[in-house]
Write a protein that binds this ligand. Sequence first.
Ligand SMILES: [Zn+2]
Length: 101
Amino acid sequence: MTTIRAILGRRTRNYLLVAIVGWLVFIAAVLIPAIAPIIMIGAFVAVVGAMLGLILGIRCPRCGARLLQLGLAEVWAPLHAQRIAHCPRCQLDVNDESNRR
Ligand SMILES: [Zn+2]
């Protein structure tokens, strides 16, 4: 049983993990000269990619509306996220089962 809400929450969590780990690696590479510059560049690209993924990739599967607010609430405040029951644009029920993974 996988709901649209759960999928959006999982995607948001994955993007956040990449962004946070990438940021930590970037800071470490700035502070520790022994770390090769290519690692710093790679970490920066990972952070930017994850941020773009968060902004552009967390969308309603029916209408494409950006649902980052729901995704972030699902990660940081699941009880609050339960109050968001529908896509604000197309009214798709986010508690419905999704056939996408
Ligand atoms: Zn929608």
